[in-house]
Write a new protein. Structure first.
Lengths: 167, 409
């Protein structure tokens, strides 16, 4: 599987290229950057369902922690603690902590599942400088027509890519 | 862009009419019931005082965080903090003339029921005498307001210098940034005691060390609602033509965060007192929930936390200016309720015609005096907004960033 790799070290130039790539409807496979550039997601209309899922994990967290507390403190083993009712006002503390824990762990898990990441996985793609300050645009060559490839190379050259390579 | 806020005839007339209404109902209340008059002065003045202090804190926070997006709106909190001047006059009048009508420690024989019957009442007040006495109370009030007026005036002066002096604008910005830290420190230290003095000493037998931090958080939260309200109307009048959904979204984050912070502060004080279960501490909530109004007590946390939290949760709602307008009005009603529940429950039994039992007292006097303060607040804030040459700051180092502000989501 061969890919075209365009290397940038200036995010402004990359944004210019992104505009032109969107206009040319280029089948960009991946853009790897050393820091988060949220405008890229917006430009390529990449939508993530993780915020919505995180909300549902939060709802699940609240209900499950409350159910667990209710079962242990009220149904199964009610204790008289200072004469206070078993259904205590201190529940929200534990519910808050438990909800945060459940939401964070499930969201991270979902993220790993969606990106097919796991510990010890062999990297899909590697290129010198990709872990430092270089920004890389990847295009799958097998999906490209000859026309499109020429156009892409022109875009990369025009916007000042440091290097255009094939791997 | 080089627009100046115009103080319209309509706004002036409305605020003058409101002030007149306030004056008339103030005089009427004073004639009918002196205790109720001073309770209302404390209530309405504290309502706007905490908003002015919260707005000054909001402004200082923008400087410290070097927030770029909010640079264009900094005139609004600056103008709100100008209310500290009139607030000082009313507080001074209150502590000089009205102390013995509302603060039980200043006049225990009349304001504490069955004071002569129990020797413990006298003992507790004698122990607290070194702090709670009228001379120290008056000097504390003066110290608080001098500190607040001085620090906010210096922040405004730096901002003015920054507008006039284009060559050294960055220097003045750096100065404001440093002075914001001084302001926040001085404000935090003085406000802790101000909260104890003005509200907590209405019940001299009760104390909570968490009380002032709750009031401070409440001021910050509700002041951001007021800032949003003012920005909305200024935007409607065409003073902020550049505003987009990113600006609204960042404003709504303040409401969202503030509502959670307020709920946290409300909850930790209530939960600790509930769990501790000590009669001296529980007295505060017992009075409000079982003698005053269970409904208002629950409504307070509902409209200050649950409503804004649920409404502002979806992304689309948080970016909608109309939703933000409704939410900020709701939250300001929440502040009204919160201050009402702080001031009135321990005082209503001293009002004429109420008798031994406490129940919510709310009538034409409360509305009239509050409207008077609303008019005065509008007048002071609008006049100070009109004093500045441009409504959008010039020479601020982050002004471009603010005008072109854009969030990706």
């Amino acid at each position: 599987m061969s890919k075209i790799v365009a290397v940038y070290s200036d995010d402004k130039k990359l944004m210019e290229a992104a505009d032109m790539l969107v206009e040319a409807k280029a089948p960009v496979e991946e853009i790897i950057t050393p820091f988060v550039i949220e405008e890229l997601l917006e430009k390529f209309h990449v939508k993530s369902n993780i915020p919505l899922l995180a909300f549902f994990y939060g709802v699940f967290g609240v209900t499950s922690v409350f159910a667990a507390l209710y079962y242990t403190f009220v149904v199964d083993y009610p204790l008289n603690i200072g004469g206070k009712p078993s259904l205590s006002l201190t529940f929200p503390v534990l519910m808050f902590i438990g909800t945060v824990l459940i939401t964070v762990l499930s969201t991270v898990g979902t993220f790993f599942y969606q990106d097919k990441l796991f510990p010890g996985k062999h990297p899909d793609f590697s290129y010198p400088g990709i872990n430092d300050d270089k920004m890389v645009v990847l295009v799958d060559k097998s999906k490209l027509s000859a026309d499109m490839e020429a156009k892409l190379r022109e875009i990369f050259e025009k916007t000042g890519a440091e290097k255009i390579d094939e791997v | 862009m080089e627009k100046r806020f115009k103080l319209t005839k309509k706004l002036q007339t409305i605020s003058l009419i409101l002030m007149l209404v306030g004056l008339v109902s103030g005089v009427a209340t004073y004639m009918a019931d002196t205790n109720r008059f001073w309770a209302n002065i404390l209530f309405s003045n504290y309502f706007f005082l905490i908003l002015a202090l919260g707005a000054a804190f909001w402004l200082a926070l923008q400087y410290i965080a070097e927030a770029g997006w909010s640079a264009a709106f900094k005139r609004v909190p600056e103008a709100i903090s100008c209310y500290l001047g009139p607030a000082f006059l009313f507080m001074l009048a209150l502590v000089l003339l009205g102390l013995k009508y509302i603060y039980p420690w200043a006049n225990p024989e009349h304001l504490i029921p069955e004071f002569d019957k129990y020797a413990e009442f006298k003992e507790i007040l004698e122990v607290k005498e070194p702090y709670l006495n009228s001379g120290f109370f008056i000097s504390r009030t003066i110290i608080f307001f001098v500190v607040w007026l001085l620090t906010t005036a210096i922040l405004r002066k730096f901002s003015k210098k920054e507008d006039e002096d284009k060559a050294n604008a960055l220097k003045w910005f750096e100065k404001s940034r440093f002075f914001s830290k001084v302001h926040i420190f001085a404000f935090a230290v003085t406000f802790i005691f101000a909260g104890f003095d003005y509200l907590m000493s209405l019940e001299p037998f009760w104390y909570s060390t968490l009380f002032s931090i709750k009031e401070l958080i409440s001021g910050f939260f509700h002041a951001s609602a007021l800032i949003i309200l003012m920005v909305y109307f200024l935007h409607k009048k065409g003073y902020y033509p550049f505003m987009n959904s990113s600006h609204w979204h960042d404003f709504s984050k303040y409401l969202f965060m503030g509502s959670i912070l307020f709920a946290y502060a409300w909850y930790f004080q209530y939960m600790l007192i509930w769990y501790g279960n000590i009669p001296e501490e529980g007295e505060y909530y017992f009075l409000r929930r079982f003698h005053f109004s269970q409904f208002l007590f629950v409504l307070n946390i509902v409209i200050n936390f649950f409503v804004p939290f649920i409404v502002l949760l979806p992304n689309k709602m948080a970016k909608n200016p109309k939703v933000l307008l409704i939410m900020s009005i709701t939250i300001l009603i929440g502040l009204f309720l919160d201050v009402y529940l702080s001031v009135f429950p321990p005082l209503v039994h001293t009002f004429q015609g109420v008798g031994e039992h406490t129940h919510p007292v709310f009538g034409i006097y409360e509305v009239g005096i509050f409207l008077g303060f609303v008019g005065m607040f509008m007048f002071v804030v609008a006049r100070n907004l009109a004093k500045r040459k441009t409504i959008i700051p010039v020479n601020h180092p982050y002004i471009e960033e603010s005008l072109l502000h854009h969030n990706a989501h």
